[in-house]
Design a protein. Sequence first.
Length: 391
Amino acid sequence: MQPLRGVTVVALEQAIAAPYASRQLADLGARVIKVERPGSGDFARQYDSRVNGLSSHFVWVNRSKESLTLDIKDPRGMAVLRRLLGTADVFIQNLAPGAAARMGLGAEELQADNPGLVVCDISGYGSGGPYESMKAYDLMVQSEAGLLSVTGSGEDMAKVGISVSDISAGMYAYSSILAALLERANTGKGAHIDVSMLESTVEWMGFPLYYTYDGAQPPPRAGAAHATIYPYGPFTAGDGKVIMMSIQNEREWRAFCERFLGRPELAEDPDYAGNANRNANREELGRIIAARFAALTGDEATALLTAVPVACARVNTLADVWEHPQLAARGRWHEVQTPRGPVPALAPPGPVNPAPRMDPIPDVGEHTGKILAELGHGESDVDELVRDGVV
């Protein structure tokens, strides 16, 4: 499935947010030209060396792209970039706040030369406002968005274990770019998209925000349990295995009391009638449920919960996820090439037939010569740019 074939994306990108957005476009067939620093490239290439000597972050978000190295502080490098942007469909950038505009790469200037260009700026806090120039890494934004206030246990806050603010910004950039391309098909005009990590994360904070509406108390930090729905969280079986389970409605609650707890009378107990009451009395109810889990092995508890049926899950390690039977049964693991050999990669969620695009992860500057030739640079010109460190 390559509905974006023929679409050219130029990405002046680094780290996660913008590369994640552009990888989604590449997965759908867009030609993504990733502009990197000569020599070192995207600094995310150096985060670690866990994947055959390559960075886990970089391998994750950079397949199916072409790497062009350019020193855009050199006028010759900027000239190459401007020529590329003159015929591109999409420009994505997540440089330091204001850096692109200072270099003449703002939406207004670029669209004067290419009216159909979709320009997507990704930053921590967006254009304008008192936070505009603040540096913003994922944990900083999780903090500002209130995410740490509801994550953790008791008084101990905890960050989300993935780069959730980067990912949310990347996905909103991706969906906004798709919408802009659809609109351009009707009007012929490009668009300016301004995605902030803060706004993307706060959008995902909708439930706790509304839960505290008009000065109400915020949901407490509840560790791996749900803060306001009960029972919904981890319980430990007699053999030490932790089982995650969830009750979402009264029908499930009655069946759970009868078929799992063996205490149908609890379904009629007013202290546990409705989620609000179960949540208010979670300590007492938790002791009852914990005692039942303690009398079972993890496998027995899972089998009983499944038969009720009540939603339940194993608490998997990352090693377990690599071997997850559902992913294997659905054929979701594919293979992509890298400069250090093939590695497994999860297919993009959604497309099944035809198979999604999953092309190689580029080495630094791997496609520089080819792209310069396409722009009309001769061999001697390219040699000069290489010698001078411009590419």
